[in-house]
Design a binder for this molecule. Structure first.
Ligand SMILES: Nc1ncnc2c1ncn2[C@@H]1O[C@H](COP(=O)(O)OP(=O)(O)OP(=O)(O)O)[C@@H](O)[C@H]1O
Ligand SMILES: [Mg+2]
Length: 645
């Protein structure tokens, strides 16, 4: 159980939580929500011990194993699988113990304790899931969208977003009582997101997740914690339930507020009327006290509404862009998209869809001049002014500088330097008011930084917006504001986003990036979800066919019914192959263990250890035999189906 009693939490001069009390029970799936800068990440700091309460009591079971996603970009040559595997702290602990015991045993072969320790460690290894640790790690990596030929690539060969996915996989790999996830969907695209939802639905421990994604929260949480105005409120239910309850509560609060106002007015009238009369002075006095004691109900402050707009573009070239017979990618050996010929017209609102790693960002980056086209031409309309927003864009901010300094620099770069008051006013429209214009960007929350980048983009008055995952870090109200602003934007929009609501509300056509091409996508987002499912099936089959490449190609041209038959066969083969793979993996593990134990038996050892090893060998034999039978049966069935197809 996690309990907060009258907890106060401060950050710099700001009080984030003021005497809050809340209890979270084991096994609860908690969504932690609130506006950008409300203090969600800071509260995580309290949970994981990096921050301390400034008042009140906070407690968390000391024996709880905690898993969380490391925030830093991993810099290591380690293979992706090993990197993720290392997240399994329990297994790593046992491996370490085994290594220590081995070393002790080596140093002194007569050391009975070392012998025992080795035997124990082996037993624990099994309990810690050593036998399927690698497939477990790889399932996480593949689920998060990596290709199977990337499983053992070094971590630092991946781009930033992908390395963060590995960090996420590593956290999920850790057997834990408490899982803390701070905006885990930020680096994911739609299909990885759907995979993560289903993974989290099976997670057994207590989970607290910060997210601004309504659909995601609804899918994975059953309790909602809301931070607002330095208060922390617990609601039983997922995000939608929370919204409904809150609405009701606000209505009730509003009517309670009006009632209280009436009552206070009444008391005041009484006091005023009787204060003058000596005989009534005592009653008046008690009414004054009553008035003072009355717990004030706040009026409902609709969450400070936030809106902004893009300035009207100075001109709208048409077409904005003409791409002709172009190839995009990262050098001649790494072409991602080829023979692209498309035009982008004034006023088009294009959603760019595509599965992981198909080249959406490559397309956007090329148009934004971040990388050059490998072949072909991109002709730009006269007066084209691109506003580009990418996740890495947050890196363009300088941590020691404040928002005002950023704006001053930008204003000087793109036009006549703005007056300070003008810049302050402009920042004000993006909710950077008062002290915040002077707060170092490095200490700001993720959403605050993203908001500043948006502000800087608007200042540049673009006519073509290239937005690559613009809603990461933004709270719902700011997303809403962005959606409204984008809807009113008169220029052209190209948007890559995993935010289903945003895509739905601002795009009216879609491009699909996949299989090395860009094509218009004929359908809506639901059709796209189906397309993703089909596509991932196709990729899996392709991968399988590659491993089966040794199989002889069919000699006779296939007829339609042949094709049908083959498809049926594939369907029937799939579960068998899977079963076979599992059986083989387990057999290999048991055989390895067996060899290992047999080798160990040849070493000098005490009677207890010898007995233990003997028992284990027997157990292995007991498990191996039925497995071998199963193996024979499966290979037989597979051969039979192969022969008919
Ligand atoms: N070292 C600091 N000095 C001053 N203010 C700070 C410091 N660290 C954080 N803050 C402020 O504390 C507030 C809470 O930050 P926190 O990162 O917890 O917000 P958050 O709820 O996670 O927001 P987001 O949704 O944007 O991630 C922010 O307004 C931030 O600017
Ligand atoms: Mg945060």
């Amino acid at each position: 159980m996690i309990t907060l009693r009258d907890v106060i939490l401060r950050r710099g001069a700001k009080v984030l939580l003021d005497k809050v009390s809340v209890t979270l029970n084991p096994g609860e799936k908690v969504g932690l929500v609130g506006r950008n800068g409300a203090g969600k990440s800071s509260l995580f700091g309290l949970f994981n011990g990096t921050l301390h309460e400034d008042g009140g009591d906070f407690s968390i079971p000391t024996q709880w194993e905690m898993a969380q996603v490391a925030q830093e970009m991993p810099e290591t040559h380690e293979a992706a699988t090993d990197f993720v595997l290392a997240g399994d702290t329990r297994l790593m602990g046992v491996r370490q113990r085994l290594a220590d015991a081995d070393a002790a045993h080596e140093a002194d072969p007569d050391d009975m304790d070392a012998g025992m320790a080795i035997a124990h460690a082996y037993a624990d290894l099994h309990d810690a899931g050593e036998h399927d640790a690698v497939p477990r790690a790889q399932a996480l990596i593949l689920g998060l969208g990596f290709r199977s030929d990337e499983l053992n690539n070094p971590v630092n060969s991946f781009s930033g977003g992908w390395r963060m996915r590995l960090q996420l996989a590593r956290a999920l790999m850790c057997p834990s009582h408490l899982l803390l996830l701070d905006e885990p969907t930020n680096h994911l695209d739609l299909d990885a997101l759907v995979w993560l939802e289903s993974w989290l639905q099976r997670y057994a421990g207590t989970m607290i997740v910060i997210s601004h994604d309504r659909e995601f929260l609804d899918a994975v949480t059953n309790v909602t914690l809301h931070i607002e105005n330095q208060r922390l409120t617990r609601y039983g239910g997922n995000y939608s339930t929370f919204e409904n309850m809150r609405l009701l509560q606000l209505e009730q609060q509003q009517s309670a507020f009006s009632k209280q106002q009436e009552k206070m007015a009444h008391l005041q009238k009484f006091i005023d009327r009787f204060k003058a009369k000596a005989s009534k002075a005592k009653q008046a006095q008690s009414r004054v006290k009553a008035l003072e004691r009355m717990e004030r109900i706040g009026p409902v402050l609709a969450e400070a509404d936030f809106t902004f707009e893009f300035k009207e573009p100075q001109n709208l070239p048409n077409p904005m862009l003409a791409i002709s017979d172009a190839s995009f990618g990262y050098g001649p050996d790494k072409v991602i998209l080829r023979s692209v010929s498309r035009s982008v017209l004034a006023g088009q609102r294009i959603g760019i869809l595509g599965a992981n790693g198909q080249g959406k960002s490559t397309l956007v980056k090329t148009i934004a001049h971040e990388i050059g086209a490998i072949a072909g031409t991109i002709t730009e309309g006269k007066g084209l002014n691109i506003g580009y927003f990418a996740q890495q864009e947050l890196d363009v901010l300088r941590p020691p500088d404040n928002p005002l300094e950023h704006m001053t620099r930008l204003a000087r770069e793109v036009g006549p330097p703005g007056r300070e008051q003008e810049l302050r006013n402009f920042l004000g429209t993006f909710n950077f008011s008062g002290d915040m214009v002077r707060q170092a960007v490095g200490t700001m929350s993720g959403g605050e930084k993203a908001r500043l980048v948006l502000a800087m983009m608007v200042w540049q008055r673009p006519n073509l917006l290239l937005l690559d995952e613009p809603t990461n870090h933004l709270d719902l109200a700011t997303r809403e504001a962005l959606a409204v602003a984008l809807n009113e934007f008169e220029g052209t929009l190209m948007l890559v986003s995993h935010d289903r609501a945003l895509l739905r509300s601002v795009c009216d056509e879609f491009w699909l990036v996949g299989r090395g091409e860009i094509k218009p996508f004929d359908g809506d987002l639901d059709d796209y979800q189906q397309y993703l499912l089909d596509e991932s099936k196709r990729l899996r089959e392709e991968a399988r066919n590659q491993t089966d490449a040794a199989a002889p190609a069919p000699v006779v041209a296939a007829t339609a019914s042949d094709a049908q038959q083959r498809q049926d066969a594939t369907m029937r083969l799939r579960p068998l192959r899977k079963d076979l793979e599992k059986t083989e993996a387990r057999m290999a593990q048991l055989e390895a263990d067996k060899a290992d134990f047999e080798a160990r038996l040849a070493q000098p050892m005490g009677p207890a250890e010898m007995a233990d090893l003997g028992r284990r060998l027997k157990a292995i034999g007991g498990e191996l035999q039925p497995l071998e039978e199963r193996w024979l049966e499966l290979t037989g069935q597979i051969e039979a189906i192969d022969a008919t197809a």
